[in-house]
Design a binder for this molecule. Structure first.
Ligand SMILES: NC(=O)c1ccc[n+]([C@@H]2O[C@H](COP(=O)([O-])OP(=O)(O)OC[C@H]3O[C@@H](n4cnc5c(N)ncnc54)[C@H](OP(=O)(O)O)[C@@H]3O)[C@@H](O)[C@H]2O)c1
Length: 260
């Protein structure tokens, strides 16, 4: 039995993955931002709940603290929460909310929890087939992007830091894998953002479950899984660019530093 924290487990792929992992007998820690949805899902899955709006770093810090008060160690962290379209694209710290929720907050959460994730544990990060070169000025909040650019850049940025943290772990820490769960899966994000009912959500649920648990992925540290092609693949070219990754990490660290 594994102890698994899954963010954004109140809807879509996160919720269905939580249901599946629970049915397989694992112990879940459920994160959400909406207290009512969270209470409902926590009761349904008989699991502890943790409330935090990931568009604010102070709430990410509180989330990590509450998780560590609840448990000394985790086996698996699934960074699933994500946002595409929103009426308010600017987060409180001045950055685009996609960069905060999809990139910076999971980076901060992962780094804070990492010492308490078992050495044979895993971090699974929800990337996307939508990946484009990060505009560092936009990342800093100096340039406004359209919804799709902000989303695609935030997902490549997450894929870049996943590889960076994976390589820092060497052979003695949890492994870090990023994954495109499959494109246009039928969730709220896809219905509202793309106006289509979408594909079977279980395509995403099954690959998250496999990457989190299957022994065959023990050697997959730092890799990106593209579930549209059903295999590990290269991310967009910048994802393999060490100089750009270094710059990205230094901006993320600056943002964390200026907050704490
Ligand atoms: N669906 C796809 O085809 C697809 C494809 C590629 C990647 N993905 C990725 O898969 C992940 C799950 O997406 P989904 O399709 O299942 O979308 P979804 O149904 O909209 O679920 C997103 C989850 O993230 C939570 N969330 C959003 N903003 C948040 C915030 N500021 N603070 C805390 N939690 C927040 C939502 O909370 P609420 O319940 O309160 O709304 C919800 O639980 C995302 O990272 C997405 O980018 C999805």
């Amino acid at each position: 039995m594994k102890k698994i924290l899954i963010t954004g487990a109140t809807d879509g792929i996160g919720l269905e993955t939580a249901r599946k992992l629970k049915s397989l007998g694992h112990e879940l820690l459920i994160h959400g931002r909406n207290p009512e949805k969270l209470d409902r899902i926590g009761a349904e899955l008989s699991s502890p709940t943790f409330q935090a709006d990931l568009s604010e770093l102070s709430q990410v810090k509180k989330l990590a603290k509450e998780v560590l008060e609840h448990t000394k160690s985790l086996d698996i962290l699934i960074n699933n929460a994500g946002v595409y379209k929103t009426k308010n694209p600017k987060a409180k710290n001045g950055m685009d909310i996609r960069f905060v929720v999809n990139t910076l907050s999971p980076y901060f959460l992962t780094k804070t929890l990492l010492p308490n994730i078992s050495s044979d544990g895993r971090v699974i990060n929800l990337s996307s087939a939508a990946q484009s070169s990060v505009n560092f000025q936009a990342l800093k909040g100096n340039t406004q992007l359209d919804d799709f650019s902000a989303y695609a850049q935030s997902k490549l940025a997450l894929t870049m830091w996943s590889q960076h943290l994976a390589h820092q772990q060497n052979t003695n820490g949890p492994i870090v894998i990023s994954v495109n769960p499959g494109s246009l899966l039928g969730t709220k994000m896809v219905r509202e953002g793309f106006g289509t009912s979408g594909n079977d959500i279980n395509i995403g649920v099954n690959i998250l479950t496999e990457l989190a648990l299957d022994e065959k992925h023990l050697e997959s540290n730092g890799k990106y899984f593209d579930n549209d092609s059903g295999q590990f693949a290269n991310p967009q070219a910048d994802g393999l660019n060490l100089e750009k990754t270094k710059e990205l990490i230094s901006i993320l660290e600056e943002q964390i530093g200026s907050f704490s």
